[in-house]
Every structure is written in C-alpha cells, then in structure tokens.
Design a binder for this molecule. Structure first.
Ligand SMILES: Cc1ncc(COP(=O)(O)O)c(C=O)c1O
Length: 344
C-alpha cells in the first residue's frame, strides 16, 4: 500500500524528529505555579509576536476560546459572531454551558461580516435585552473555507466596538495562515483586538496547545478560568517546547501549504462535475462542490485508494493541506479523484 494522503485536517500534523528532540530536551517546572521556564518562554514570545502584554498557554483551541470568552463576560450576557464560527458551531455548546452566554448571529459571507451588520444587531440598554459584551471573529475562517478577514474590516469593527463599549476577540487558530498569505503581520491583525487565541497544533504542526493573549489584567483573569476549566497543567514545558519549535521553524513554510491548496483547487476545477470557487481558496483549505455523485461516496472511494478528505455537506467536500502532504501527495489525490469521477 502506498502512503496515505491525509487531507482531512491540519490538526492531524505529527511532530517532526527535530520537534520531538526539542521536546525531549525541554527544561520543565510546575506551570500551575508559574514555574515552567519553557511555558514562560512560549508565552513571552507569543505575547511579543502579537504585540500584547501577556499570553497564557492552554491545552486546546477550544479552551483558549472558552477561557477568553469567560474572561470577557458574565453569565446572562451575549456575544456577536456568525453561525459558522467555531465557537458557535464546533465547541459543544460551551458558550452556554460554561460561560452562560448566548450568541447573537450576524449574517456573514464565508464567515466575514461588517461593522454595519453588527450595528444593526445592537439594541439600546433596556431591561428587556441581553447585554452585548463582545464581538467575535475567526481568522482565518474554518467553515468559511480558510477565508481571510481583511484588515480594514477588522479595524472598522474595532472602532465600532470602542464606540459601543464592547470588546473584540479574534479566534486566530489559523492567524498564521492569514499572515503567510497576505504578508500582514500577526501583530497588525491583533492590534485591533482586545484578545486573540492562536493554535500551535494546526498548520504549525505542534502536537498540543494553544494560547490566548491580551492585557496583563485580562490574562490574570484568564489564568483563573483556565484552572477552573481543568486546564492547569504541570510539567507542560514538554509540549510547550513543541509549540516553541513550531513557532520558530514552521511559520515560514505555511506558504507551501497554500501553494499546494491552490494546485489542488486548480486540478479539481478541471475535473468533470466538480465546482470550486478558485478565488475563495485563500489559504490551506479547499472546499469543493460535487454534481457527479454524493460527497460521501467520493470520500469513501477515495479512502479505499488511500486519499482522505472530509464530507462537509451532502454535496461538498473539504480538503486541508499541511506539512503532512507534499506536492506528490497532491498529485496523487488529483489522480485518484480523476479516476473515480471518470469511472462513476
Ligand atoms: C477556528 C478554530 N478555532 C478553534 C479550534 C479548536 O481547536 P481545538 O481542536 O484545539 O480545540 C479549531 C479547531 O479546528 C478551529 O478551526
């Protein structure tokens, strides 16, 4: 059997030998006591890179989001986000279950909405209404197909938030991809936001971990909620070393993943019965529509030939490029899709 070409997600990336070496050699301490030098260094670098006062290392992107959400709000308040946002769609109801907040959904295109759209959702202060506390955006937008929030749109939202006394949070699980694609630094995107969560375990390839960044006071509060949510880790330097390695060595290679996504999208666009919005392929995620057969059928048949992709809906499929798949893998995936679609 030839190697599997795994295009299901960039969360499947495995640590490289050099990353494992860095993890094996990590200097560690008790992180709940704030005594793990490797975690402290990772938090320092992450905060510095994003231009914020402080950062907190947490076990997952979901926890970084939930800790940030809880730190910004009190139960009974609401946030404004979009219906496809990870925090709303994929976090198991945590905003309601853990923070006790509701989500008000802005109409969005591929996950992106404007300050005007948010303005229309705002209500006067009145005992009948749920107090709005936070605007929440996702960069890049996962279900939006890796779409990139333009810097000006974020700046406009930030202005609106300031005028209205709201906060702005960015779920930047794939902020690195946005920066690699546009050349706009992570710090410039983050400067408009009160807090940002970032993941080391997606395209950057670390095995575990995310961080939330913001003001010193905000991170102090977040540290308490991380403990409350069970995310206080002990000798976490071992995994933080993987994240540090990823930050230092894997950001530069994300452009490769984007080139592979483009190669895949262009190849798919040439196949019979496949629909791809080529302009919509902006980073490492390719969503394509199928007219020729149900998506689940293509996913199954491709799997039998060692190519793994995900069904996103009955007639759309998602493929994500990462350091697990090289150019040859992309060519093989295209060959497999071509064979299946020509012999359906
Ligand atoms: C945009 C976004 N935010 C947050 C997360 C959550 O990360 P985790 O799976 O580490 O909890 C993901 C996961 O894919 C994501 O795509």
């Amino acid at each position: 059997m030839t190697d599997i070409v795994d295009l299901r997600s960039d969360t499947l990336t495995r640590p490289t030998p050099a990353m494992r070496q860095a993890m094996a050699e990590a200097v560690v301490g008790d992180d709940v006591w704030n005594e793990d030098p490797t975690v402290i260094e990772l938090e320092r670098r992450t905060a510095e890179m994003l231009g914020k006062e402080a950062a907190l290392y947490v076990p997952s992107g979901t926890m970084s989001n939930q800790v940030a959400l809880r730190s910004h709000t009190e139960p009974g308040e609401e946030i404004i986000t979009d219906a496809d946002a990870h925090v709303y769609f994929y976090e198991a109801g945590a905003p309601a279950a853990l923070a006790g907040v509701s989500c008000r959904l802005a109409p969005a295109q591929r996950g992106i909405f404007s300050a005007d759209q948010v303005r229309q959702l705002l209500r006067p202060r009145d005992v009948h209404f749920t107090p709005t506390k936070l605007i929440w955006i996702e960069q890049t937008h996962n279900r939006g197909g890796g779409s990139i929030w333009p810097l000006e749109t974020i700046a406009e939202l930030s202005q609106l938030a300031q005028q209205q006394g709201l906060r702005l949070h960015m779920d930047g699980a794939r902020l690195w991809n946005a920066s690699a694609a546009t050349g706009i630094s992570e710090q410039r995107y983050a400067q408009h936001c009160d807090s940002v969560s970032v993941c080391f375990s997606k395209g950057l390839g670390a095995p575990v971990g995310s961080a939330v960044v913001g003001s010193r006071e905000f991170i102090q509060r977040a540290r308490r909620f991380r403990k409350q949510y069970g995310g206080g880790m002990r000798q976490a330097g071992i995994i933080a070393a993987g994240a540090l390695y990823a930050l230092q060595h894997h950001r530069q290679r994300l452009a490769e993943d984007h080139a592979h996504a483009r190669l895949l999208a262009e190849g798919l666009a040439a196949l019979p019965g496949v629909e791809v919005d080529l302009e919509g392929v902006q980073t490492n995620i390719v969503v394509f529509g199928l007219k020729a057969m149900p998506a689940a059928q293509l996913v199954d048949r491709a799997k039998q030939q060692g190519v793994l992709v995900l069904c996103r809906s009955p007639d759309t499929i998602r493929a994500v490029t990462s350091l697990e798949v090289g150019r040859q893998g992309i060519q093989r995936a295209l060959d497999v899709f071509r064979t299946i679609l020509s012999n359906k």
